[in-house]
Design a binder for this molecule. Structure first.
Ligand code: SF4
Length: 264
């Protein structure tokens, strides 16, 4: 490795937590991109509140540990202030699809040139197991002992409807595939979004279910919105059904920063 990517801070994620996978895949992604010319001093890692948020402490990169749900607007501000920086935002499912939902939608709508990687464990893990926006119906947790009565959000459907220009889903059980998705996202000019299915071993261990149902999509026309939406609806985040992972949609269009320069 050309650079020490770890800090000296003790990692306090539960043993075997899939957050370790996301962190390891991300480090390998950056080190491989560095060989292609990426300047790691330009990378800024942001995180919100939740188990995922500790990643800011564990990576030897410029970073910003934000308030709950507010990592995305901080990243947008960073990009507007200095277009040479590369904001990479790690958020949890509660963080992105609950508290920070409006920021996620508007960053996608604007096509701000930032990257958003969601650790989607479909539960509030740090606060010991409450149901989250992507928890399936009937999910039994601390706040829903008889089972949740709400339907889950489908983040892929949501991001397509919000005009995101790069939309993908990964799974921590497919690390090489996830690395490829991260690389594609970082190469994309504009708003890039990856919903990463990440089992929480303590409060929602979905490894068996994902192991049986997650499959890698075959190459398809990722510029076709209607086929992307059809694929997005193949799994509705309620348990049951096959789960496609890969790039759903990838479209080139002007970024928010470019549009602002054009109009000023
Ligand atoms: Fe990982 Fe869940 Fe433990 Fe949080 S509570 S560190 S998400 S296993």
């Amino acid at each position: 490795m050309s650079r020490e990517m770890d800090t000296k801070i003790e990692k306090t994620w539960c043993p075997g937590c899939a957050n370790f996978t996301i962190e390891a895949v991300f480090k390998n992604t950056l080190l491989e991109l560095e060989k292609e010319g990426l300047d790691l001093s330009k990378v800024v890692v942001l995180s919100g509140i939740g188990c995922h948020g500790k990643i800011s402490d564990y990576l030897n990169l410029s970073s910003f540990y934000s308030l709950h749900g507010r990592a995305i607007p901080v990243a947008e501000g960073i990009k507007l202030a200095n277009k040479d920086l590369i904001p990479i935002v790690f958020v949890g499912d509660g963080d992105a699809y609950g508290e920070g939902l409006e920021h996620l939608i508007f960053a996608a709508k604007r096509n701000t040139n930032i990257n958003v990687f969601v650790h989607n464990n479909r539960v509030y893990g740090l606060t010991t197991g409450q149901f989250a926006p992507t928890s399936p119906e009937k999910f039994k947790g601390r706040s829903t002992p008889k089972g949740s009565v709400e339907e889950p959000l489908n983040p892929i459907e949501l991001m397509l409807a919000s005009k995101a220009s790069f939309v993908a889903r990964g799974y921590t059980g497919k690390a090489e595939h996830l690395k490829d998705l991260m690389k594609q996202a970082l190469h994309h000019r504009g708003f890039s979004f990856i919903d990463i299915l990440q089992p929480c071993l303590a409060y929602f261990d979905s490894r068996d279910f994902y192991g049986k149902n997650v499959y890698e999509m075959e190459a398809q026309d990722v510029s076709n919105f209607n086929s992307a939406m059809a694929k997005a609806l193949e799994w509705d985040y309620n348990n049951g059904g096959k789960i496609p992972v890969g790039v759903f949609y990838n479209q080139k269009k002007l970024t928010f920063e470019e549009k602002i320069c054009l109009t000023n």
